[in-house]
Write a protein that binds this ligand. Structure first.
Ligand SMILES: O=C(O)c1ccccc1NCC(=O)[C@H](O)[C@H](O)COP(=O)(O)O
Length: 215
């Protein structure tokens, strides 16, 4: 039997939405620590959210090219995962993994066949790979933009690679994404919001329901 689909709801900022995501059956929740994001959460808020979530749902703190002090501060909160969503090199991912002692999701932006080929550099270093749309030139952040990419590019990947799919997924598109791409997991942020940074409980429920129905 195939592994059950992992569903991650990213960009949660409040206990209320955390509870809604858990009640709707999320496997993993993401907290963004990046000041330019409309989903930015402080270290103090993330500490509260992790303590509420512990043992109920896997937690992931999303960082962009963090320095060592930021990594240490986040690792001390005891998340299940750290997601690196910036231009971190394989060497830097390896160093952060060793420093934090936390499993790493490496997010990689996809816009071309070269970007897909670049994934191979991280598969033995990161614990999980997440593919996302490459941000348009001039974007003020590297993710959470509601942008999709050409899923057909992923046909070049080693079929044995288990990866998570993100980038512009919505309750309406996630079933097609699951059936077409057959990812190990799906990740969403903008597609379950009523405005940038404002999560919508009904959209979260619909996203998880539609993802599971297709898996
Ligand atoms: O969400 C953000 O604002 C963000 C900021 C900086 C780096 C990454 C960010 N989000 C990454 C995510 O995990 C999103 O879930 C992923 O990019 C998909 O986002 P969306 O297309 O909005 O569903």
């Amino acid at each position: 039997m195939a592994d059950p689909l992992i569903v991650k709801i990213c960009g949660i900022k409040t206990p209320d939405i955390l509870e809604a995501a858990i009640a709707a059956g999320a496997d993993m929740v993401g907290f963004v620590h990046f000041v330019r994001s409309p989903r930015h959460a402080s270290i103090e808020d993330i500490a509260t959210l992790i303590s509420l979530a512990r043992g109920r749902v896997e937690t992931c703190v999303l960082l962009v090219n963090p320095d060592n002090s930021c990594v240490a501060e986040v690792a001390a909160l005891g998340p299940d995962w750290i997601q690196l969503h910036g231009p971190e090199t394989p060497h830097r991912v390896e160093a952060i993994r060793a420093e934090a002692g936390v499993e790493i999701i490496k997010a990689l932006p996809i816009g071309s066949a070269e970007d897909v080929a670049h994934i191979a550099d991280f598969v033995d270093i990161a614990d999980r790979i997440l593919v996302d749309a490459k941000p348009p030139k001039g974007a003020d952040r590297p993710g959470g933009l509601g942008e999709t990419f050409d899923w057909a590019l992923l046909k070049a990947l080693d079929p044995a690679l288990q990866f998570m799919l993100s980038g512009g997924l919505t309750p309406e598109t996630v079933a097609d994404a699951v059936r077409t791409v057959r990812p190990f997991g799906v990740d969403v942020s903008s597609g379950v919001e009523s405005a940038p940074g404002v999560k919508d409980k009904r959209l979260i429920e619909a996203f998880i329901r539609n993802a599971r129905a297709a898996s």
